[in-house]
Design a protein around this ligand. Structure first.
Ligand SMILES: NC(=O)c1ccc[n+]([C@@H]2O[C@H](COP(=O)([O-])OP(=O)(O)OC[C@H]3O[C@@H](n4cnc5c(N)ncnc54)[C@H](OP(=O)(O)O)[C@@H]3O)[C@@H](O)[C@H]2O)c1
Length: 239
């Protein structure tokens, strides 16, 4: 069945890969973007907004519903990812991570649940991070925001059943981040238990599984080559 899917942060990297995969499966897709221009060939509805503005999540859900004739799947993918540690923590950065990575997804889920027809059902998927199981120093606010978002999965799954299923996908490293040395992605991937970095299409496969399996809710799928099983110090190494 063709789903009507909204993906936040869908103009580049993982969000774009998810959008392309869902379009290839015959679903109708709306992407949200803040500043990035989506590729011209992407056959998706494009919505714009800064998710740090608390009015934006409900607005983009409403616009996606209007443009697609309702929504059946919400993918909270957009995220802020900036380094900090307890000794460098400041209130502005902490609040910004919580606004983008926790408050915005929750407000989007609220609007999504309210948008469903009385007899309608839906699925909300939060993209988190394997760091929630094996946190390491360096991304304190980011990690805490993702731990809280994953914590909301089971709570909301219980609260919103039977109409809305809630799930999360926790990838390991997929893309290089700003300032990473060339080749670092491959080096880190080779140190994981399964000796490979996660590929975007594997996250898309997890999303497809969640869409196609109506008995699954409250679940977090780790798509992480086993990274969450290992000590961070072993994986990051000395280099
Ligand atoms: N990359 C990885 O290796 C990795 C590993 C584990 C988990 N993840 C998770 O997977 C997801 C996607 O990762 P990614 O690396 O593809 O993400 P990304 O490129 O860092 O960010 C995705 C999008 O989030 C949007 N965004 C950030 N702050 C926003 C705000 N305040 N309002 C609206 N949009 C905002 C950006 O939109 P604009 O570009 O339009 O500004 C960006 O394109 C994230 O949830 C991330 O935590 C990624």
């Amino acid at each position: 069945m063709a789903e009507r899917i909204l993906i936040t942060g869908g103009a580049q990297r993982l969000g774009l890969a998810l959008a392309r995969a869902m379009l290839a499966e015959g679903h109708r897709v709306a992407i949200h973007t803040r500043r990035s221009e989506p590729p011209g060939d992407l056959e998706a509805v494009v919505l714009q907004g800064d998710l740090d503005d608390p009015s934006v999540p409900a607005r983009i859900v409403g616009e996606a519903c209007a443009r697609l004739g309702g929504l059946s799947v919400l993918v909270n993918n957009a995220a802020r990812f900036e380094p900090d540690r307890i000794d460098t923590l400041d209130a502005a950065s902490f609040d910004a991570h919580m606004a983008t990575n926790l408050r915005a997804p929750l407000l989007a889920i609220q609007a999504f649940a309210a948008s469903l027809e009385p007899d309608g059902t839906g699925l909300a998927v939060n993209i988190v991070d394997q760091k929630i199981r094996h946190p390491g120093a360096g991304y304190l606010s980011y990690t805490l925001s993702k731990i809280a978002l994953e914590g909301a999965v089971r709570t909301l799954a219980a609260e919103l059943a039977p109409r809305v299923r809630i799930a999360a996908i926790a990838p390991s490293i997929i893309y290089e981040s700003a300032g990473m040395k060339p080749g670092r992605l491959e080096t880190l991937g080779a140190r994981l238990p399964l000796r490979r970095a996660t590929r975007p299409e594997e996250v898309a496969a997890a999303l497809a599984y969640l869409i196609e399996t109506p008995s699954v809710t409250g679940e977090t799928l780790f798509v992480d080559s086993g990274e969450s099983l290992r000590a961070r110090s072993v994986i990051l190494g000395a280099s």
